[in-house]
Design a protein around this ligand. Sequence first.
Ligand code: FES
Length: 619
Amino acid sequence: MDIKLTTGITLQTSKGQNLLQALKKNGIYLVSSCGGKGICGKCRIRILEGKSRIASTGKLEPRDIKAGITLACQTFPQGNIFIDIPKESKLVIGDRIALSKSGDLLELLKFLEASISPMVRQITLTLTPPTIEDNISDLERLRRSLEEKDMIGMRFAHEVVSSIAQSLRDSEWEVTLGYTVGNDIVYISPAHTKKDRYGFAVDIGTTTVVVYLANLTDGALMDAGSTYNSQMRYGDDVITRIVYATESGGLNELRDAVITDINDLSSTLLERHTINKEDVESVVVAGNTTMTHIFWGLNPAYIREEPYVPTVNFFPRWRAETAILKANPRAPVFTLPCIASYVGGDIVAGVLASKMHRKSEIALFMDIGTNGEIVIGNREWLVTAACSAGPCFEGSGIRHGMRATEGAVESVNIDPVTFEPALGVIGDVKATGICGSGMIDSIAEMFLKGVIDQKGKFVKGIKTDRIREGFEGPEFLLSRDNSREVVLTEVDIENILRSKAAIYAGVSLLLKEVGLGFDAIEKVYIAGGFGNYIDVDKAIILGMLPDIKVFFHRKCLRHRRIFMPYFQRTETRGWYHCLKDDIYRALCFKRIYGRIYVCPLSSPHPYAAFPHCEETAIR
Ligand code: FES
């Protein structure tokens, strides 16, 4: 059977295969937040000709169905078929979304009052050339020289040994050895030629992958590249991916997807700077617990099942060749430790970069994404928790929700008299959906302009045709365009309020656990892809962030945090144990959480906790 696309491409498919699978097999990826279960309604396509069996229409509206729209994951062609893929359904991955130089690393060194401390150490040896009286082997000569410096039990991989005969003679018996703390020799090079030293730092987000290239000699951050995590082909959130990895046996596919992303970015960075991959002598990797498990090909199944036990918290220093990375195969790969199943290495790195663990002031660190991860404390104590915010800020579960890419409504201003919205759309194009920051803006604006009440319900009697009765109940029409309307429904608002309530409740409960109130917090750090873009004032109005007049700091955290192990090897381990031994609260499973969660389901919350919002609303 043929699948013909309006772009002119024709693909082959077989009976029993749905359109989502058929397109994926041919390298065409659609947004599939639910992983093909027919729930999210994001994999919309239009059938122009041909017969097919539709297993379910899911969340599609009657007018969409009338227009020939179906869900690709629920559509099984019964013969040749001609289809169109709307722009909003196409998953744009593999594109580099940023590639830029930055001086952040040097700034970070200054900020931390630290000097660079690469994972691979160096030693220079001057050997006595062999004679007929002293004709031990080259390897034994090297070992003897190392032992004279009390370096006993060094391990030489076959590839290193296979090069030493020539290396020793070319260097006239003066060599520099790079070695790890585990006594593995990483490289051998002539002592008189200056060898540049490079490292990669890899930030594996559920949505985005970033690779940084650093010069480990002078501490310069040379370049960075990022791309969407190709695992999004298999679902948007970590739970969908765990299900795909375990129940569908797709662990290797997921692993290959993210390793390919990292290696594509690494190759580009190496080419741009004419660097040999052998000179990349170490790699740092950070990500949430699921992402790091998949990166190392470890079964993530038990992260999702009670009692929520990951395979590894502290990852051994495996080599780049085990990770299949484009670096010196013997380069050590340091993986940021995970506190627990839902508090990963990205949080550890974030806290280290903020330096909150070194200061006396009590600070709140928040990483807002599908999971909201929270750390509260100072240099004497730290507590942490994860709360399930749900994927709505990434676009899932929201009628016209999408990630922050071209076409997404990212800011909204509503006229207080006409209720007409002025939209900021990413890429200055027509709106095709709404992203997390647009959702927060919309709800805060609707609340401030009296369009919705404190519970998120549309106020009756407002004179505007923007509020109408839709397929799922009342909705606000944000954008009307002949080809695509973008609405925010009352059901969407309810979902968003639930997500923000989860985050707020997480902070409240954690504070309660340590017997403190919001007034004890002296500084707030916000990290995470989404955290980088939210309007803090609007997030306070929404009730997602506490209404406290403190310094909200988020600049550079993302870049800074990933490099921490290059500078603070011992500190990483010490801080980890501080958190681990102190408290890890799996908040989502505590009964008390339920009580605290119900309270902030309004927007913002009872005014007593939001004095500045009260002033704004009264004005
Ligand atoms: S509805 Fe098809 S992937 Fe979610």
